[in-house]
Unconditional design. Structure first.
Length: 206
């Protein structure tokens, strides 16, 4: 089964968590690959996903669209005078889907980041129709971002498979310690895992 990985913001740690999930799938003997349809700025996220994937693909297959400007894809494409070809990006996804047991599609920035006129990451995810995993930067303020994201996913008719709380920093505070319990009280979506800062291995949670 394939999943779409989104985040509550651009610093939530989507790539880090997605790589841990890919490694967990590999340990279970699954052929899994990461797919980063839109990269802006450097291409390190795509390189990390390539390294964590099962192999047999190139960075261009993992990341079919690379925009050099570090901005939202819509803004970057405007500045580079490029038009995003969503048909070729879908073909790249279908190609990976035909080769691997699991494709983990990582979004760009947060859930509603603009990709093109009247097209956001959320619209793109809705077109794919995959279950969504939300990576949350576990800090003060995370509850609002997490609940808004989950509610919008569900409002679009998509399944939110779960939340992964990611400790981007080593420090813990009362908010980060209590966020999991509060989320359980306000949402039926499960917290699949808590990824501690610097953690290098997690189990596949689904």
């Amino acid at each position: 089964m394939n999943f779409f990985i989104t985040g509550t913001d651009t610093d939530a740690g989507k790539t880090y968590v997605t790589c841990l999930l890919l490694e967990a799938l590999k340990r279970e003997g699954k052929r899994a690959v990461g797919f980063k349809p839109f990269c802006c700025g450097d291409r390190m996220d795509a390189e990390h996903l390539l390294q964590a994937s099962a192999g047999g693909v190139s960075v261009d297959e993992v990341n079919p669209l690379w925009l050099k400007v570090p901005a939202a894809p819509y803004a970057a494409a405007l500045m580079e005078n490029r038009v995003i070809d969503f048909g070729s990006i879908r073909a790249a996804y279908d190609h990976l889907d035909g080769q691997f047991e699991t494709v983990l599609v990582e979004g760009a920035g947060g859930w509603e980041v603009p990709l093109a006129p009247e097209m956001t990451v959320a619209d793109y995810a809705q077109n794919l129709g995959l279950p969504v995993i939300v990576v949350v930067n576990n800090k003060l303020g995370a509850l609002n971002h997490a609940l808004l994201t989950v509610k919008n996913i569900q409002a679009r008719g998509l399944v939110c498979a779960g939340i992964i709380l990611n400790y981007v920093r080593d420090e813990r505070d009362p908010a980060s310690i209590s966020n999991r319990a509060v989320l359980a009280s306000f949402s039926e979506v499960p917290v699949l895992a808590e990824v501690m800062h610097g953690e290098t291995e997690i189990d596949w949670p689904l």
